[in-house]
Design a protein. Structure first.
Length: 293
């Protein structure tokens, strides 16, 4: 039993005769008769009550024929709906983009790009999951999202990716902080001061702690919060300093961005799982970000 045979059966019932149905299907009447006969043989039942068949009367279905016709109508409708759904996704008139990002990128890098993408593809749904980089990576691995923006250190053989941006990590200090007069700041100088950091699970925290461990220094964590605005307030009021992506504070008037010496950069990639091909909507989003870096 296949879709073509079910279509032949429903057309036959709608037309009322083999002759009219064959005309609607643009096939010869004997071909239609053979198709119905093969369907009956494959199921081991009689679908058309040929005993009562008359030239002037519509074809008559057996009980099995009625049952199959009911299923056939539903199946063909679902096939049509599925085809329309897939075509709409291919044409980007329907679909969803699920992307996981870190807090800094979600707050400072993506908003304008998300709005621009939505303006270009108003029929697509955008679902943004913002949190720690480790959370974004876990969501991608578990296929809770289709795309994630992760660091180069997160990339493994299971992911396909494009380098999205390279951003400088800078020291964020208040205007009257002792480090404010410095042109650039070494890691040793950085760790001499109290720090405000994201909580565990964020790459920002891991990056800072890794730098301290590499130099055998202690990170004096005075504040922990995942709220970027609170981190900036702590820095602006000179209770602590931190290191953030330059984009986070480049437009701040009461926080200074001081480069590290030597400069520190972070490579961020847009990634997806190789074994799970991304949809047309996801591909459009990836291409849009790559074109609007």
């Amino acid at each position: 039993m296949d879709i073509k045979q079910l279509n032949h059966l429903t057309t036959l019932v709608d037309a009322g005769s083999f002759t009219k149905a064959a005309t609607k299907l643009h096939i010869a009447q004997p071909a239609l008769s053979q198709s119905i006969k093969r369907l009956e043989l494959s199921l081991g039942v009689t679908l058309i009550d040929r005993h009562y068949q008359s030239r002037n009367k519509p074809i008559t279905l057996t009980a099995e024929g009625h049952a199959l016709h009911t299923h056939a109508v539903l199946i063909l409708k679902q096939v049509q709906q599925a085809e329309a759904h897939i075509k709409s996704m291919a044409n980007l008139t329907r679909g969803e983009v699920r992307v996981a990002v870190s807090g800094m990128l979600g707050s400072f890098y993506l908003p304008s790009r998300l709005m621009a993408f939505r303006h270009q593809h108003p029929s697509l749904k955008l679902s943004l999951f913002e949190g720690g980089t480790r959370h974004a990576l876990t969501m991608l691995q578990n296929e809770d999202v289709d795309i994630a923006i992760v660091t180069s250190d997160d990339l493994t053989e299971e992911f396909a990716s494009h380098l999205l941006l390279r951003e400088e990590m800078v020291v964020a200090v208040g205007q009257n902080h002792p480090l404010a007069k410095e042109t650039n700041i070494t890691l040793t100088q950085f760790f001499d001061h109290e720090l405000v950091m994201f909580q565990p699970g964020y790459f920002h925290r891991e990056w800072i702690l890794n730098q301290a461990q590499r130099l055998n220094l202690n990170a004096n964590i005075a504040f922990e919060t995942n709220l970027i605005n609170l981190i900036k307030q702590v820095i602006a009021q000179e209770f602590a300093i931190s290191s953030v992506l330059n984009m986070v504070i480049e437009n701040e008037t009461n926080i200074l961005a001081k480069p590290f010496h030597p400069p520190m950069f972070l490579d961020l990639h847009i990634a997806w799982k190789k074994q799970r091909p991304i949809s047309q909507a996801d591909r459009a989003f990836v291409n849009f970000l790559m074109d609007n870096r």
